[in-house]
Ligand binder design. Structure first.
Ligand SMILES: C[S@@+](CC[C@H](N)C(=O)[O-])C[C@H]1O[C@@H](n2cnc3c(N)ncnc32)[C@H](O)[C@@H]1O
Length: 209
């Protein structure tokens, strides 16, 4: 699975005027070749915050194609771990009455401010469109009417008794299970979230061991 920003540089990359916006442990950067890069730091480790599309999710992971459509139709309770700025949850949230749940420790409000500041810089059209798209998504993630956001790492999940057995589906696409310091416990966390009967499903981008 390719990371956002990978690939051959386009001629327009050369027109970019790079900048970096810092706020505490958060950084929003425009790099000449990679374009927009958003990161935050935890325990000295730099964690990328990416914005994969639904196509990326359904094409490069074990999420079945058309899943978002069936989740809406069936009104499934979806939980995403480490959603970042991905398209999937905002799309679901706008078209489903049942609010999706997100387990994601980033501070969306801070990112909204930083990305809004980024949009005041000189940007080529494609970067401007991307910044505007991810700000819109961040606003949806931060809106409690649309998303039930738990702003914690997955390793804290058992603090929330209301989340036990709640999920028809848990999704993790290069999200919390890779970045948690407690990788060996991933099955325990996922099982805590999944419904027993009928059993919930876990879709992800890799097979942790
Ligand atoms: C590489 S991004 C992936 C974002 C999105 N799933 C995508 O594919 O575009 C990893 C995300 O996992 C989040 N994350 C890091 N540690 C986490 C943890 N312990 N629990 C839940 N999410 C975590 C990060 O904040 C970041 O947004």
């Amino acid at each position: 699975m390719t990371e956002v920003g990978e690939g051959a540089p386009h001629a327009q990359d050369l027109e970019r005027t790079p900048f970096e916006i810092l706020n505490g442990d958060y950084s929003v950067e425009l790099r000449k070749k990679d374009g927009l890069v958003v990161t935050w730091k935890r325990d000295g480790r730099i964690i990328p915050v990416t914005w994969r599309s639904i196509q990326d999710y359904e094409g490069n992971t074990d999420i079945p194609r058309g899943f978002i459509q069936s989740a809406r139709t069936l009104g499934l309770q979806v939980v995403e771990v480490g959603a970042g700025l991905a398209e999937f949850i905002p799309e679901l949230a706008l078209h489903q009455e049942r609010r999706p749940i997100v387990i994601e420790p980033i501070d969306y409000r801070r990112l909204i401010d930083m990305l809004s500041e980024a949009s005041s810089h000189e940007l080529i059209d494609s970067d401007r469109a991307l910044v505007s798209q991810v700000v819109k998504r961040a606003r949806i993630y931060a809106d409690p009417r649309l998303v039930r956001l738990y702003p914690v790492g997955i390793e804290k999940i058992k603090r929330y008794k209301e989340l036990r057995g709640i999920a028809d589906v848990v999704i993790d696409v290069v999200g919390g299970l890779i970045y948690t310091g407690e990788m060996g416990k991933w099955r325990e966390y996922i099982d805590y979230l999944l419904k027993d009967d009928p059993p919930g499903k876990f879709y992800h981008s890799y097979h942790p061991s």
